[in-house]
Structure formats: C-alpha cells, structure tokens
Design a protein. Structure first.
Length: 151
C-alpha cells in the first residue's frame, strides 16, 4: 500500500499554515497515528539526498512503498516503547547513561512519537542492509506535526 495518498484536516491545516517545509509538501511517505493523549500526529519523510544515485533510489522507493499503518500498529509501537524503556534502564544501570538524564520522565505522547520514529527508521535500516547500500553520505528528512500533543 502506498502512503502517497494524503488527506484530512491536519494536512490541509498544515499546508495552509505553512507548517511543512517545501520538501514535505510532496513527501515520499506519510505516517498518520494517534498519540496516547488522543492528538492526531502526522510524520512526513523524504528529500533523500546522497552522492550514490542508486542508494538514493533505494531509500526513496522504500519510503514510497512503506505501509506505515501496518508498521505502526499499536502492538508494534507498544513493543518498541518497551524496548526503549529496557534500553534506557540497562544504560542507566550499567553506567553508559547519566542517571540524572535518565531520571527525567517523558510524556506518553513523546514516548509514542519516539517509538514511531524508531520503527520507521529501523525498517529503513533493515532495507538498506538487505540491499547492501552504503549509507555513508545518505540523508533524508522527516517532519512531525502533532497539534494538541502533550509533550
């Protein structure tokens, strides 16, 4: 399922209010999800650049074919939130993370957004590894718009 179909009040509002940078007006992928607070969130990715045109095309094609509704299903997001919490607890206990920094609680909305971002980007990393793409100079951009979120 291609995610190039963009619709809804959030997108229209974002376009009218100038929330999106120019590249995000025609993104390669758009993810829609609802945060724990009930706020609707949209994440746009694209503007992939690099010296290796073939590598850029692998990233662009991956994003354009990405089924974010499947990737960001509630079970996957919950599992990623649990993984992030475990990583932070391990880093705090083994001394690789400053305990004071770890003690700062983040909101459920922030945690959910981070989990969604990680799922999307880890999926891309898997595709790049599978394709044998050198990621040395690859770059793409992402933009969230989550009006009403409780950060």
């Amino acid at each position: 399922m291609s995610l190039l179909i963009i619709g809804g009040a959030t997108t229209a509002t974002a376009a009218v209010t100038g929330v999106w940078p120019l590249w995000a007006e025609t993104p390669d992928a758009v993810a829609h999800f609802t945060l724990p607070s009930g706020a609707q969130c949209e994440y746009r990715v694209g503007n992939t650049q690099g010296l290796d045109a073939e590598a850029v095309e692998v990233v662009t094609a991956h994003y354009r074919s990405l089924d974010t509704s499947k990737l960001l299903n509630p079970g996957n997001v919950a599992a990623m939130v649990a993984q992030i919490r475990e990583e932070e607890a391990t880093a705090a206990s083994d001394g690789t993370m400053d305990g004071a920094a770890n003690a700062v609680a983040i909101s459920a909305d922030s945690e959910y957004r981070l989990a969604a971002w990680r799922l999307i980007h880890e999926d891309l990393e898997s595709k790049l590894t599978e394709s044998g793409v050198d990621t040395g100079d690859l770059m793409s951009e992402g933009q969230f718009h989550c009006p009403g979120a409780e950060w």
